[in-house]
Write a protein that binds this ligand. Structure first.
Ligand code: NAD
Ligand code: MN
Length: 497
């Protein structure tokens, strides 16, 4: 019998009202059922929103520094539970244990940041144009907010949204991705254990179509923070237009690392290996394109092929493993389809290009780390997100061509350049259309106290990380206090200079 997990609504662990469940399996060994979870629908969301409305009334009155202390306590508990939660995460979604531990570390760091923010939840004090009048701003909670997350950062991404939402005094309804409901459960349990008001945090498992839709149809949910695919993000934006629900959308990417003729090639190699095959290429910031100056192309391709073929595939719990499985069978199929597309488009398969079923990998969704060369900018494998261990290499002659190739995609999340030329590095910062540019570092590696997000179809302009989500999750109220005892008309009763 596998363990049964429930929703958390109204301060209690409860089954879905319809009594249905779904299985959470291990992608490195699909015979292993990690747990059985509540499969919720619209009525469960309605109850969760009701609970959140009650929780909001109590939670928003807790002074922000005290809310911060509670969130800091949650981060302390995550430190204690880090090892166990990392194992759970590797079992439910496959990334190697060093990365799942890092995922939880990101949640810990985000929790401590939120803790500090409790005593730094500043508005602005602004001079008035009139005498005997004060003006300032305060941040008020939005109310009930929804959080919908993808499966690739099962605790880090929920933490980016939920810690700031709670610090700001909101009540949350959270739906984790169906492939990683255990990490979502672990996170919520920790928040409750730390002392967050139990009705201010609600967990609803289930399919995005029904649970996600219900979170948009209920007009009490004033803001929705979503991370996931561009396709679903657009659907959410369209639906949000009906009620003017505030939505933050963090979506897909097609990130590139540029290797210039003067680059330290060893360093650039470590960068692309980590960027392209970390998390099995399933990061929104994964290096999916490599743009290489023609002068170093040949030697760099030789180094790359050798290093990629040396990567060890296996179960992420084994410390020898470099690359874990894909998240599920559908994603394995998508990767295989893109590899077929690349071949039809005329790209050359340098290495990989097939599933991997040897030894312990025969019961999982493993795919060989893959490199395509002879990729041209108009090919689909040069422009579309694949979300797997597939790297498309493009050769360029000069900087103008590099910028064109880099920007020739609908996405714009992360970018990277390896060069020793400081002038070129500054051109890259200005000319690469992306929310993040790394110089001499791979496209992955964001830190939680800086803004994170992208351009074009990577999102709708919001940023997560650092101070940005505190804006998203609050209403800014402007306050004027006139203590003159007389009617003073702005713009009219002002003094001459
Ligand atoms: P997805 O869009 O399929 O699912 C994301 C979440 O949305 C899941 O919880 C899903 O259940 C839910 N959902 C599905 N249909 C919905 C609907 N109609 N309404 C509301 N919610 C719905 O994405 P995924 O496969 O889980 O994640 C991979 C994608 O996420 C990739 O495109 C990746 O680039 C992106 N991503 C982006 C970032 C970023 O910060 N920019 C970070 C990580 C992942
Ligand atoms: Mn799973």
């Amino acid at each position: 019998m596998s363990t049964r997990y429930q929703n958390f609504i109204d301060g209690k662990w409860v089954d879905a009202l319809g009594g249905e469940t779904f299985e959470n399996r291990n992608p490195a060994d699909w015979e292993e059922v990690v747990g059985v979870f509540a499969k919720s629908g619209k009525e469960d969301v309605e109850r969760a929103v009701e609970s959140a409305r009650e929780g909001l009334e109590a939670w928003k009155r807790v002074p922000p520094p005290i809310r911060g202390n509670i969130l800091k306590k949650a981060a302390d508990l995550l430190v204690e539970r880090q090892e166990a939660f990392a194992e759970d995460m590797t079992r439910e979604m496959g990334k190697v244990i060093a990365e799942t531990s890092g995922d939880i570390q990101e949640a810990i760091d985000t929790g401590y940041y939120a803790g500090g923010e409790g005593r730094r939840f500043f508005g602005r004090t602004v001079p008035s144009e009139l005498r005997n009048k004060a003006a300032f701003t305060i941040h008020l909670p939005m109310g009930v907010v929804g959080v919908i997350c993808p499966w690739n950062f099962p605790m880090a991404i929920p933490s980016w949204k939920i810690f700031p939402a709670l610090l700001a005094g909101n009540a949350v309804v959270f739906k984790p991705a169906s492939d990683v409901p255990l990490s979502g459960t672990n996170f919520i349990k920790t928040l409750v254990d730390a002392g967050v008001h139990p009705k201010a945090i609600n967990l609803v498992h289930g399919p995005g179509s029904s649970v996600g839709n219900a979170m948009q149809e209920n007009t009490a949910v004033r803001a929705l923070s979503f991370t996931g695919s561009t396709e679903i993000g657009k659907r959410i934006a369209r639906k949000a237009a009906d009620t003017l629900q505030r939505v933050s959308l963090e979506l897909g990417g097609k990130n590139a690392q540029i290797v210039w003729e003067d680059a330290d090639l060893d360093l650039a190699l470590y960068g692309v290996l980590w960027g392209a095959y970390g998390t099995t290429g399933q990061r929104c910031t994964a290096t999916s394109r490599l743009i290489v100056h023609e002068k170093v192309f040949k030697p760099f391709m030789e180094m790359l092929q050798q290093a990629v073929e040396a990567l060890e595939l296996g179960n992420g719990l084994d410390p020898k493993t470099d690359v874990g499985p894909l998240i599920n069978e559908a994603q394995l199929r998508t990767v295989a389809e893109y590899v077929a597309i690349g071949q039809q488009e005329g790209a050359t398969l340098l290495t990989g290009g097939e599933p991997y079923e040897e030894g312990v990998c025969k019961k999982g969704f493993f795919y060989r780390p893959t490199v395509f060369t002879d990729v041209t900018p108009e090919m689909r494998i040069a422009k579309e997100e694949i979300f797997g261990p597939v790297l498309s290499v493009l050769k360029v002659r000069d900087w103008k061509e590099a910028v064109y190739v880099h920007n020739n995609t609908d996405y714009g999340l992360s970018s990277s350049i390896y060069t020793r030329d400081v002038n070129l590095a500054f051109h890259a910062m200005e000319e690469l259309v992306a929310g993040i540019t790394y110089v001499n570092a791979p496209t992955i590696g964001a830190e939680c106290h800086l803004p994170f997000g992208g351009c074009k179809e990577t999102g709708n302009g919001h940023r997560e990380g650092g101070w940005s989500p505190y804006e998203f999750f609050t209403e800014t109220k402007t306050v004027y206090v006139d203590y003159s005892g007389a009617l003073q008309r702005a713009q009219i009763d002002t003094e001459e200079a």
